[in-house]
Ligand binder design. Structure first.
Ligand SMILES: [Zn+2]
Length: 340
């Protein structure tokens, strides 16, 4: 059993102490009780430095009561990160748990599931995918044993079907066979046409299907109990935004988000939680600069190759992974805007 002293120690934990706590956890026979007590002690500010809980190797922060967020690394897929390079969350209701995104491999999905199981034994009723990208969906397979419903935008099934072979091949190549092992594409079993409410007992998640922006199958998920908006990859912070949908659509959606009220928003890549409207300002600036530069270059009769050399280059120092994604973004923007 855990001693009151151990519980107190966990309750006062800061991020720096997480590793030490993880060591204690491994020795603790009552891990679940231990973590629940730890959560009762933790007082999470709305945004900013949050108490971090390491459960079975994966760290989650409780950004609002019953709302847990794991922050992924700002990296490309690699054998070292095993596909842990996006944010992933879960919400605990009175009766059940909902998972929001499952990271980028069966292995990190299983680690996420183990971390949830260390915190609550309530059934995992829903796995919601914010959109189709592999770093958000390849861990779905880890939740099959729960009999969970897989929830996604009404265009998610089609998007995944069209790209499944490419996603699996690329992920296997980038992650390596070991880290990739067991990963598969799990299509949605429940589709969101406009709005859909998921009941967790005493709290609900509202899923809102969006028009084309980051992809053509983006969902916004709202935890109404805490007024938390999970924006998936409609919000990037620190990590350069990536375009696989519509630049004009995304900018229009950002304007809507600026006028929206929420206690906090959770990005798909970035910190655990942020505040509107500031949260979207860097992303808005990036896409506005790219759009303005590309439009001017098209007007001047420049080619795509020329555009990729200069468009948006003033944003270079503001973003991680700029070199890896920016040319692709300009290419997508050029293809969209040259037909305006
Ligand atoms: Zn994405």
């Amino acid at each position: 059993m855990c001693t009151p002293g151990q519980l107190q120690a966990i309750g006062k934990a800061t991020e720096r102490e997480t590793n030490a706590i993880a060591g204690v956890l491994r020795q603790c026979a009552c891990r679940r009780t231990f973590l629940r007590s730890a959560l009762a002690f933790s007082v999470a500010p709305l945004v900013g430095r949050l108490p971090a809980l390491a459960a079975n190797g994966m760290t989650f922060s409780e950004v609002a009561p019953g709302v847990f967020v794991h922050q992924g690394r700002y990296e490309l897929q690699s054998p070292e990160n095993r596909g842990d390079m996006a944010n992933a969350s879960f919400v605990i209701g009175n009766d059940a748990v909902a998972v929001i995104d499952t990271l980028g491999s069966a292995k990190v999905g299983a680690e996420m599931r183990a971390a949830i199981r260390a915190i609550t034994d309530k059934p995992i009723r829903y796995v919601v995918n914010s959109h189709m990208h592999p770093d958000h969906v390849l861990g779905n397979v880890a939740f099959k044993e729960d009999g969970a419903e897989f929830v996604g935008h009404h265009k998610l099934a089609r998007g995944l079907a069209a790209r499944a072979d490419q996603y699996l091949a690329t992920s296997k190549h980038m992650l390596g066979a070991d880290a990739f092992d067991g990963s598969e594409i799990i299509p949605p079993t429940v589709s969101v046409n406009d709005k859909l409410t998921l009941n967790l007992g005493g709290r609900s998640l509202v899923c809102e299907a969006q028009t084309v922006a980051h992809t053509d199958n983006d969902l916004i998920i709202i935890d109404t109990a805490t007024d938390t908006l999970f924006l998936g990859d409609l919000l990037f912070s620190g990590h350069i935004p990536t375009l696989d949908g519509s630049l004009r659509g995304w900018l229009a959606l950002i304007e809507q988000l600026e006028g929206r009220k929420a206690a906090r928003v959770v990005p798909g890549h970035g910190p655990h939680a942020m505040l509107l409207p500031e949260a979207v300002s860097a992303e808005k600036e990036y896409w506005s600069v790219v759009a303005a530069d590309v439009r001017r270059l098209i007007e001047d009769g420049k080619s795509l190759a020329e555009a990729t050399k200069t468009a948006g280059s003033s944003e270079r120092d503001k973003w991680r992974l700029f070199e890896q994604y920016h040319v692709r973004n300009v290419t997508a923007a050029f293809a969209e805007l040259e037909w305006e």
